[in-house]
Design a protein around this ligand. Structure first.
Ligand SMILES: [Zn+2]
Ligand SMILES: [Zn+2]
Length: 116
């Protein structure tokens, strides 16, 4: 580990990876500002993260991604059968009424064929 204290006039590009002290730093983690080497830096959405922060970021992304879909999926899953059932009920009621009305009309005592 190398300490930067002391007000070094040089940019910290000469520092080494926080995980691998024998390797030159290739970037700085945007999250914890620690220097990482080529192997340790992992660009996520074009941003450099060290392995530790990558885990945290990935977990956050996963939590975010897993939070939204289930509720939406559940809504869609519930909405479609509900619509089908409502439509089916409407059709059943309509045809039932029509059929009943036709039966009632044809067998109604007052509905006999008029003279002629
Ligand atoms: Zn970090
Ligand atoms: Zn490294």
């Amino acid at each position: 580990m190398q300490s930067l204290a002391g007000g070094s006039p040089f940019l910290p590009h000469t520092t080494h990876c926080a995980v691998h002290p024998d390797r030159a730093g290739a970037g700085i983690c945007v999250r914890c500002r620690s220097v990482v080497c080529v192997e340790c830096t992992t660009p996520l959405d074009g941003i450099n993260y060290c392995t530790r922060c990558l885990d945290a970021a990935a977990e956050q992304l996963r939590a975010k991604a897993s939070l939204i879909p289930p509720s939406r999926r559940r809504e869609a899953l519930l909405a479609v059968p509900l619509m089908v059932v409502c439509f089916g009920l409407c059709v059943l009621v309509f045809f039932g009424l029509a059929y009943g009305l036709a039966l009632w009309r044809s067998s109604a005592p007052g509905g006999v064929t008029p003279e002629g």
